[in-house]
Design a protein around this ligand. Structure first.
Ligand code: F0G
Length: 476
């Protein structure tokens, strides 16, 4: 097959610091074995997230120089608004400092105590904002999404029976909106099909319920539709995205992903009343409706990024790089979530470390061990991220216990991916030596960001890695 490469070339580079194993051991202990608490200086290849870690283009940097920093009515806002209108197709646009700013607004506007918000698998910040308003998230994703090994082209799809059952159980008046994420982050970056979006819209229309989109990685979703859904092979991603969005009343958006920038988000809708309410709320929590917590230059960068993200060659190369890493792991028989998702490769920590039980935080342990081995930073997406039930206080049951290797856009080369694949593979060969962790500090919400851990050596007294971690802990 004729090889293809990225449709861009590198103009500026940022040197990376290589660390020794001893330095990484110290850094990891100081970070409480939580990769979120590492200093980025101590990280070689940073696959913590694809959020705000993208490389901007020369055009985005030039747009930044031309930004209008007026407090109100800045020219840069109108460029941003125009880009969102043109590419997403929503009429009313409100900038926010990032995705959760938009989630905060829509949750405050539409959710009342006792409300239920069905969605295709939870996302951490989305659910917290729903719960803060007294709402309850109910998962209506297809069962296959909870099975890391199951190959399904659209694992983000909603199970229409589950959705109808929830609506009939709680009554449509108690459902302010159905919230669909495209793609589904915690399912492994899995897409929703156009057919399913259409069907969910029909169910919502039948009951008179609004349909909202978490459009954070919707361009990646559109690319999967192009690849996998009949009739879309020759449709530009830009048109697929517009068609996807046409099924929704509005969206919340973390521009830090698809839009190829480092900060920003927005709320967009066709509903005038919701827009009006959002204008009233945004001035309290973010800023004027024409800046919403962003500077003019941030809005310029997003506006330009929005046009670049729907370039078919760009998005194909982006997904191809994620697949390049994932395929190497599949070839080495490493358990990962299948099929390979849009923004990340997810290691299945339960199958990777079968000797650890759930209470020893297998995914957190695996993320720590990977950093120790090679300076590659990844993220736990399992029981720590799932947190505790708001009512019972018990750890939430979590089908998936994953480590996410998230690929920033336009940042790393495929050679970096080779280094990551090699490190994961060599760790897999010594997997019995990876010890579990005990949580020593737990914050009340979104605990994964700041929780601290210590290695539990129980059952692994002779384990080389565990022993080293233990001795370190006792000397620090
Ligand atoms: N929705 C999804 C699907 C996300 O992945 C995120 C962020 C948000 C909403 C919130 O957006 O961070 O701009 O406030 N995900 C990041 C991640 C943090 O690493 O997956 P935000």
């Amino acid at each position: 097959m004729r090889p293809t490469a990225e449709p861009w070339k590198v103009k500026t580079v940022e040197p990376l610091r290589m660390t020794t194993r001893a330095e990484r051991e110290r850094a990891l202990a100081a970070a409480g074995y939580n990769t979120f608490l590492l200093k980025s200086e101590d990280v070689y290849i940073d696959l913590l997230t694809d959020s705000g870690t993208n490389a901007m283009s020369d055009r985005q940097w030039s747009a930044i120089m031309a930004a209008d920093e007026a407090y109100a009515g800045a020219r840069s806002f109108y460029k941003f608004e125009e880009a969102v209108r043109e590419i997403y197709g929503f009429r009313f646009v409100i900038p926010t400092h990032q995705g959760r700013g938009a989630e905060h607004l829509i949750s405050r506007i539409l959710i009342r105590p006792g409300h239920v918000i069905p969605g295709n698998m939870y996302f951490t910040t989305t659910r917290v904002h729903q719960e803060l308003q007294g709402g309850e998230f109910v998962d209506v994703i297809i069962d296959e999404a909870h099975d890391a090994t199951f190959e399904h082209p659209f694992k983000g799809d909603v199970d229409l029976n589950k959705l109808t059952e929830v609506i009939e159980r709680v009554g449509p008046n108690n459902i302010p909106y159905v919230n669909l994420a495209c793609t589904v982050n915690l399912a492994g970056g899995q897409p929703v099909s156009m057919a399913n979006l259409h069907a969910v819209r029909e169910v919502c229309d039948l009951f008179g319920i609004r349909l909202w989109c978490d459009a954070t990685r919707a361009v990646e979703n559109a690319h999967f539709i192009k690849e996998r859904e009949a009739g879309y092979a020759h449709v530009p991603v830009r048109a697929i995205l517009r068609e996807m969005m046409s099924h929704f009343d509005g969206c919340t958006m973390s521009a830090k992903k698809d839009c190829l920038v480092n900060i920003g988000g927005f709320l967009a809708t066709n509903n005038r009343e919701i827009y009006q309410a959002a204008c009233e709320e945004v001035v309290i929590f973010e800023g004027m409706p024409t800046y919403g917590g962003l500077s003019g230059r941030d809005m310029e960068a997003i506006a330009q990024g929005i046009y670049e993200m729907v370039d078919d060659d760009y998005i194909a190369a982006r997904i191809a790089q994620v697949r390049y890493l994932g395929q190497q792991l599949i070839d080495a028989a490493i358990p990962i979530v299948r099929p390979i998702g849009g923004h990340a490769v997810f290691l299945d920590a339960r199958r990777f470390l079968p000797h650890l039980d759930a209470g020893e935080f297998p995914a957190q342990s695996l993320a720590a061990a990977l950093y120790l081995d090679s300076g590659v930073r990844s993220m736990e997406r399992g029981v720590v991220s799932a947190g505790r039930d708001a009512v019972t206080g018990a750890n939430r049951h979590c089908e998936l216990e994953l480590v996410r290797l998230t690929i920033p856009r336009r940042v790393y080369t495929d050679r970096h991916m080779d280094v990551v694949a090699w490190s994961v593979t060599s760790l897999f060969e010594q997997r019995e030596e990876v010890p579990g962790l005990t949580m020593t500090y737990e914050p009340p919400t979104l605990r994964f960001f700041t929780a601290r851990f210590t290695p539990c050596s129980t059952g692994f007294p002779a384990c080389a890695l565990g022993g080293r971690l233990e001795s370190l802990l006792h000397t620090s």
